[in-house]
Design a protein around this ligand. Structure first.
Ligand SMILES: Nc1ncnc2c1ncn2[C@@H]1O[C@H](COP(=O)(O)OP(=O)(O)OP(=O)(O)O)[C@@H](O)[C@H]1O
Ligand SMILES: [Mg+2]
Length: 285
């Protein structure tokens, strides 16, 4: 596996927050009901797009046992959340820097990563208290970065609820944005609805944003959004905003195959442009 631009992260953090970064919640959790809808890929690409806009960004792999951020980017193992949880490393020392461009002098779009480790203990094996402690550790990092992007596992378990801030009164205090990624498949829509319902019941309704991924075109993406929006309006009495639509793009698969960021390999391809637009939208919300 390659290690493009994986260096120490500390130096990159010694800078004041970007002005425009104050306008949106610091933590953006990327969730979905159904698996395989593109959360991890989207989280990585969003992290790069926000970094290109000038934000300092930490991408956290919140799907510990089935970690994928490291695999999609070809990162070497060792410095990861599993080492933090087992007490081998501090959170700070486990963070690595990812610079997408092969030319390391070009730091554009670089961001920090707190990686997971596939096959390690899952967050589900942690006690409620340990999980909460980890979430509070992330909260502390919100003072260091402009944005924390948390790639969550699929579904509606305790980890998803805790890391997205939808557990209890803390939700209001931390109020992260929760981006629910879905596709036009009926199972993706019904599972996304179930997730949104659980989050709305815990008071996170106003923080939910929708991303329609793998859309055939913008019009069909909008139709998909309208169908989930209608269900939420009718049955949950909430109106989740659309963060954006990402078109189906063969270069996504190709960049994952190469273990490189889409923004570095195919900066002008449809999906890269779509995510850049979403990064701009989220900076305003
Ligand atoms: N916009 C897109 N266009 C084409 N293919 C895409 C797009 N987004 C994602 N994919 C494909 O979907 C696959 C699954 O993506 P990814 O692993 O990010 O999903 P996930 O939701 O994180 O899955 P899991 O629930 O297992 O964590 C990718 O390997 C990629 O090939
Ligand atoms: Mg994933």
């Amino acid at each position: 596996m390659g290690q493009t631009g994986q260096t120490t992260a500390k130096a990159a953090r010694q800078r004041p927050p970007a002005d425009h970064a104050q306008k949106a919640p610091k933590r953006i959790a990327i969730a979905s009901g159904k698996g395989g809808v593109g959360k991890t890929w989207f989280a990585i690409t969003l992290a790069g797009a926000l970094a290109e806009r000038g934000d300092s960004v930490l991408l956290v792999d919140g799907d510990l046992g089935l970690a994928n951020v490291d695999v999609q980017l070809g990162l070497a193992g060792g410095r990861d959340i599993a080492a933090v949880i087992s007490g081998q490393l501090s959170m700070d020392d486990a963070i690595t820097r990812y610079v997408p461009h092969a030319n390391k002098e070009d730091a554009t779009g670089g961001f920090d990563i707190l990686a997971g480790r596939s096959g390690s203990a899952t967050f589900a094996s942690l006690s409620k208290l340990e999980l909460k402690g980890f979430s509070l550790g992330l909260h502390a990092l919100e003072n260091v970065y402009d944005r924390l992007i948390v790639d969550l596992g699929a579904g509606v378990d305790q980890t998803v609820m805790t890391l997205s801030g939808a557990t209890d009164a803390d939700a209001q205090e931390m109020s992260p944005l929760v981006v629910v990624v879905l596709t036009d498949e009926p199972t993706s829509l019904t599972d996304a609805y179930a997730l949104i319902k659980m989050m709305a019941m815990r008071g996170s309704g106003p923080n939910i944003r929708i991303v329609v991924n793998m859309a055939d075109d913008m019009a069909s993406g909008k139709a998909t959004y309208h169908s989930i929006q209608k269900a939420c309006q009718n049955f949950l009495k909430i109106d989740p905003l659309l963060a954006g639509i990402v078109r189906r793009d063969p270069n996504v698969k190709e960049s994952i195959r190469r273990q490189k960021s889409l923004l570095a390999g195919f900066p002008t391809t449809a999906a890269a442009k779509d995510v850049a637009k979403i990064a701009a939208n989220l900076s305003k919300s």
